[in-house]
Design a protein around this ligand. Sequence first.
Ligand code: ZN
Length: 216
Amino acid sequence: MTNFIQTSPLRTLENTVQDHYIAAEKPFSTVILKGQTVRIEDSYGQQAIDTLFYNAEDYSERYSSQDTVREQNAAYISAGTKVMSNEGRVMLRMTADSCGRHDTSAGACSCESNTVRFGHGTKYLHACRDNFVAEVAKYGMGKRDIPANINFFMNVPISPNGGMTIVDGISSPGDYVELEAEMDVLLVISNCPQINNPCNGFDPTPIRVLVWDGEA
Ligand SMILES: [Zn+2]
């Protein structure tokens, strides 16, 4: 499923209700209210944006990659995807996608996995899991509250035999996805700091998150 669906012309930089610039390698979080649309922009291209969603009223309800893949009957997510929770409910609907390739199978980078994959010398590099732990701690959550995530703009082709490899991203500067919230959701992002594989073009860059009310 790859649908290149563009944003609504009613959404401009002047009528946002939130507009956030997120520096390279940093975590971020915000609440998106039911009916609002969030745009996640890969401002410089080839930047993996590790993303989680929680029900803002009850953090025990959270993004489920397994339910999302099963509901779609597709390995990738794109415009039209229903983002599902572990309770089997729709959290958000993906309404626009200018890139067409996003992963929800490969998980987030961690110091531990970096050590196994790239050598012991990488243990002290920044990693998405540390970003997630730091960010969810602001909401009283810990390591065990971090499920498998979405990797927007990360290119992970899955072969017919089920193997997968992280390869060069295909996103261009300014590519974006948009999602309309079906419930109040806590959005948590790790702007991936990985420099040992091509998921960020070996050069992590800033991203932007914008939110519009329902009528825009
Ligand atoms: Zn990462």
